[in-house]
Design a protein around this ligand. Structure first.
Ligand code: SAM
Length: 258
């Protein structure tokens, strides 16, 4: 029976095989890889992934779609978790995780932040998202798109936009252009914020008024910042700071007990 796409679950199903092939080529799965697909839907990606893999884990919120998938593959090949991915503890999926998905766009930012908690056990992530979101993820200081999403994700991942995907590749077509991104967690050798919470709060406060000078935007935290020592001009705006400068700033604020 034809499945009626559910808007509340952000359902836009891939129907262009050249795009699914492109995503699978980008992932380049080996038979024994530990792969989790988020939102398998009608299995447009699931099928070609399973052609390459011994087994695949999927997380799907839609009860009908989860049941359909269970009917299509034996549990030893396809492990279906029927759940809201935002509530799923990824530590249960094991190490060297490769996460793949044509994501529901209505939860893309919360989902990207949710996954950051497991970056240490992730090998890589390949996602289809709104192109506009990927442009924000990979933006550099000074770009109009540079903001909280760019700094927080770049503090944990190397990211690369791979290719654009037009609305006609989906049924029903979304109103926006999509794109595919590759995210690889940074190695331990790269400097990390001492506290993810301090980094998150610093970045949120700084970008709340992105056009203001940072020393105004940070309010009562400003006197705690040794601007010269951090190499940050007192006239700098949030949108001009590099990710490393945000990490250094968050570290001193964390030390100062904010
Ligand atoms: N992978 C399929 C494809 O490419 O055709 C479907 C992609 S569709 C954009 C998003 C999928 O994610 C749907 O199957 C939808 O039911 C599922 N989904 C939406 N919200 C979800 C959530 N919170 N947790 C898990 N799956 C979700």
């Amino acid at each position: 029976m034809k499945h009626q796409a559910r808007k509340r679950f952000g359902q836009h199903f891939l129907v262009d095989e050249s795009i699914t092939d492109g995503i699978v080529r980008a992932v380049n799965p080996r038979a024994a890889d530990n792969v989790v697909e988020i939102g398998p839907g009608l299995s447009a990606l699931t099928r070609p992934l399973l052609d390459k893999l011994d087994c695949l884990k999927v997380v799907e919120i839609d009860r009908d779609l989860a049941a359909r998938l269970r009917g299509q593959y034996p549990p030893e090949r396809l492990q279906v978790t029927e759940a809201d991915v935002l509530t799923v503890d990824f530590s249960g999926f094991g190490p060297a995780l490769r996460v793949v998905g044509n994501l529901p766009y209505n939860i893309s930012s919360p989902l990207l932040f949710h996954l950051m908690a497991w970056a240490d056990q992730v090998r890589d992530q390949h996602f289809m998202l709104q192109r506009e979101v990927i442009d924000r993820m990979v933006a550099c200081p000074g770009d109009a798109d540079y903001g909280r999403l760019s700094v927080m994700l770049q503090s944990r991942y190397d990211m690369e936009k791979l290719f654009d995907v037009p609305p006609e590749a989906f049924d029903p077509p979304p109103r926006v252009v999509s794109a595919v991104v590759r995210m690889i967690p940074l190695p331990d050798s790269r400097p990390r914020a001492r506290s993810d919470k301090a980094l998150s709060e610093t970045v949120a406060k700084a970008f709340a008024q992105r056009r203001k000078m940072l020393r105004r935007g940070l309010g009562d935290w400003t006197p705690l910042v040794p601007w010269q020592q951090l190499g940050i001009p007192e006239t700098a705006r949030a949108e001009e700071l590099s990710v490393q400068q945000f990490i250094a700033l968050a570290d001193v604020l964390h030390e100062a007990g904010v």
